[in-house]
Design a binder for this molecule. Structure first.
Ligand SMILES: NC(=O)c1ccc[n+]([C@@H]2O[C@H](COP(=O)([O-])OP(=O)(O)OC[C@H]3O[C@@H](n4cnc5c(N)ncnc54)[C@H](O)[C@@H]3O)[C@@H](O)[C@H]2O)c1
Ligand SMILES: O=C(O)C(=O)C[C@@H](O)[C@H](O)[C@H](O)COP(=O)(O)O
Ligand SMILES: [Zn+2]
Length: 357
């Protein structure tokens, strides 16, 4: 088992990573809570919730199942969860367990953060993508105006990542989650990036076994950034590389039409294109796009979207300053920074990207 500690100004918690560790749940829990409220989704619940109930036998355990889709990160679903938590008489001694991918984690974490002004929660990620979403304390839901516009910074008390659960993860979700691993490598170092490309050059090599060592590596990159800047006042924005356009694509297509990772992969290509033009330098965009394609991931904006709609949506991005677009850009692999860009540069680059033949 590979253990990592996430430390910030306000929190410190362990991330346990290893096969079958869901069965050791009670040993890994940091406290003996009064009751447990397991939030999971319609796909994950039938596969793994019973194992948690068995591990918690003799304790007071409640279950809540949300739809298995991005649409569950909604005000309606959030309110329904809170109502059920109240009807279950959870109190400040209770603990929410988020069993699932990033959707479950973001929603359950936000419910825990706001229920009675905050009760304990544990992240139990079951997707590759959730190596990213389960650490760092960003929790929240979507709005009709855009992704993750309602939320909080609220850390779990522990992250218990049973990597055996990845065995049942559909390939499309492995591909999606791999984009966050790619992102961690790109913002970290050329050596991480190149070793990842060498080990996992294509979709055929994207197996739980091959990717497992990179899960801890990605989490360590994130841990280092979150430790320095918990609430995205500065360098935490680097973790948002590719997300400005990515989030706009997710929203404009309709939440859930494209996965988060698919959209962020396209967003990374765009952020690299912007970087080349803004800093007058050259980045390995061609090779990166070739890799995305070999992984079975899209590398261009879906043709039904318009640049006007995407630009309008990016104006809601949380990183923007004084109504101006602020992007995470790259000077070279491992060196990223944020910059406010002229709207005209973003517009022209987006049009060129979308008009590629
Ligand atoms: N909070 C953060 O820091 C952060 C970081 C990255 C992404 N996110 C958010 O995470 C969400 C995406 O998370 P995701 O990609 O995990 O999607 P998800 O939670 O929707 O899971 C993807 C699909 O896989 C299924 N699934 C999950 N685990 C499974 C398993 N082990 N076996 C079989 N099926 C399984 C789910 O039911 C779902 O259908 C987005 O909303 C994104 O914005 C948050
Ligand atoms: O942890 C972070 O910080 C990130 O930006 C991680 C992202 O991968 C993740 O998608 C996050 O939810 C985006 O946050 P947001 O603040 O842009 O909504
Ligand atoms: Zn992300």
């Amino acid at each position: 088992m590979d253990d990592i500690i996430i430390r910030t100004k306000t929190a410190a918690y362990p991330v346990y990573i290893g096969p079958n560790i869901r069965f050791d749940l009670t040993k890994l829990l940091p406290n003996n809570y009064k009751s447990y409220y397991i939030i999971t989704d319609k796909h994950v619940g039938p596969l793994y919730a019973q194992d948690l109930t068995a591990a918690l036998s003799g304790k007071e355990v409640y279950h809540y199942t949300i739809p298995a889709s991005e649409s569950a990160k909604s005000m309606t679903c959030y309110q329904a969860v809170l109502d059920d938590m109240l009807e279950s008489h959870l109190d400040r001694g209770s603990c929410v367990i988020a069993l699932g991918g990033g959707v479950v984690g973001d929603l359950a974490g936000f419910a825990a953060a706001t229920y009675m002004r905050g009760i304990a929660f544990i992240q139990m990620p079951t997707t590759l993508l959730a190596h990213d979403s389960s650490v760092g304390g960003k929790v929240g839901i979507n709005s009709a105006h855009g992704k993750n516009l309602i939320g909080a910074f609220y850390h779990p008390e522990a992250v218990i990542y049973d990597t055996s659960t990845l065995d049942s993860l559909p390939m499309r979700e492995m591909q999606s989650g791999f984009v966050e691993v790619l992102k961690h490598s790109l913002i970290d170092s050329e050596s991480f990036y190149l070793s990842l490309m060498e080990e996992i050059p294509d979709a055929a090599s994207l197996t739980p076994k091959k990717v497992e060592p990179f899960i801890a590596k990605g989490i360590k990159v994130k841990a280092g950034i979150v430790r320095e800047d918990e609430q995205e006042k500065g360098i935490r924005a680097h973790l948002n590389f590719g997300h400005t356009l990515g989030h706009a694509i997710e929203k404009e297509l309709g939440f859930g039409q494209m996965t988060h990772g698919e959209a962020v992969g396209i967003g990374i290509v765009f952020a690299m294109m912007l970087s080349e033009r803004h800093y007058h330098l050259s980045l390995p965009i061609k090779a990166f796009r070739k890799w995305l394609k070999a992984l079975g991931l899209p590398d261009r904006v879906p043709s039904m979207l318009t640049s006007e709609a995407l630009l309008g949506r990016m104006m809601y991005d949380k990183k923007n300053k004084d109504g101006r677009l602020r992007f995470v850009l790259m000077e070279k692999i491992g060196i990223v920074q944020t910059d406010i860009l002229p709207k005209s540069l973003v517009e022209e680059t987006l049009q060129d990207f979308m008009n590629e033949t």
